[in-house]
Ligand binder design. Structure first.
Ligand code: CAA
Length: 260
């Protein structure tokens, strides 16, 4: 597949999508979003790919958000289109039936942070800087930030970040529960890949069902969510992978999961 604004690589069962517009701090233009969506479609269709890593090119940014320069003269209809475009990308990440890791190297601001929050896990380099900075240009988050940030860290801190537009460092983000872990900058890409490879060796159907249950469960009643979990548990229990896991445990060896 030929791409201009992203780099798409496949290695060890891991698909790495690198936003590649470093001269604009990997800001999301329409073209960048379209290319990421195409890559995600390829991941969806390739059974050998079990985990996705989304990251940014260069050392400075994961992504500085939506393209501010394209907002000059923007009217309400265009703004709605921009919002829909980001929502579509975030939902594609959230609904992909494979784990997605945002590898946050440098700035993740505005739409950049919103896209990272639509991923399942966030690993930050110690030089990462995050914020919902839209307020500083007289805007609000439009790619789910008011909702996903609140769900991830609670209304108190979400309001503080969205109202002030302040940029926080990786350690603070970790303390808030916004990122899963912080990794030294010099070992960042290697550590993320290693983590992704370990995840790629887990049972794919179990990962897929767990992702769906966690995502859906937060939107419905506990009763309904527990009923879904029960059904999901049954589905996962019917896989060959469960039998492989049980046999491997008894035989004291590492399981080899096939996603069957
Ligand atoms: N869109 C378009 N271009 C951007 C950009 C963005 N979001 N962020 C940075 N750039 C460009 C800059 O304009 C600059 O380009 P030129 O060299 O052509 O001038 C280049 O990237 C490098 O940026 P800076 O010179 O500004 O780098 P810096 O180190 O001085 O500052 C920064 C870094 C603090 C991240 C600063 O660039 C910045 O504040 N960027 C904007 C971040 C932001 O507010 N993002 C939210 C966008 S709105 C949004 O995302 C809405 C939504 O919810 C969907």
């Amino acid at each position: 597949m030929e791409f201009k604004y992203i780099i798409y690589e496949k290695r060890d069962g891991v698909a790495t999508i690198t936003l590649n517009r470093p001269e604009a701090l990997n800001a999301f233009s329409k073209e960048v979003v379209e290319e990421v969506l195409q890559a995600l479609e390829d991941v969806r269709n390739d059974v050998n790919l079990r985990v996705v890593v989304l990251t940014g090119a260069g050392e400075k940014a994961f992504s500085a958000g939506a393209d501010i320069k394209a907002m000059k003269g923007m009217n309400a209809l265009k703004a709605r289109e921009l919002s829909l475009m980001g929502e579509k990308l975030c939902l594609a990440l959230e609904n992909l039936e494979k784990p997605v890791i945002a590898a946050i190297n440098g700035y993740a601001l505005g739409g950049g942070l919103e896209v990272a929050m639509a991923c399942d896990l966030r690993i930050a380099s110690e030089n990462a800087r995050m914020g919902q900075t839209e307020i500083n240009i007289g805007l609000i988050p439009g790619w789910g930030g008011t909702q996903r940030l609140t769900r991830l860290i609670g209304a108190t801190k979400a309001k503080e970040l969205i109202y002030t537009g302040k940029i926080i460092d990786a350690k603070t983000a970790e303390q808030l529960g916004l990122v899963n872990m912080v990794v030294p900058a010099e070992k960042f890409r290697e550590t993320v890949h290693q983590f992704a490879v370990e995840l790629a060796q887990k049972a794919p159907v179990a990962l897929k069902v767990a992702k769906a249950l966690i995502n859906k469960g937060s939107e419905i009643s506990l009763d309904a969510a527990l009923a879904l979990e029960r059904e999901g548990f049954g589905v996962v229990a019917s896989t060959k992978d469960l039998q492989e896991g049980v046999s491997a445990f008894i035989e004291k060896r590492k399981p080899v999961f096939k996603g069957e």
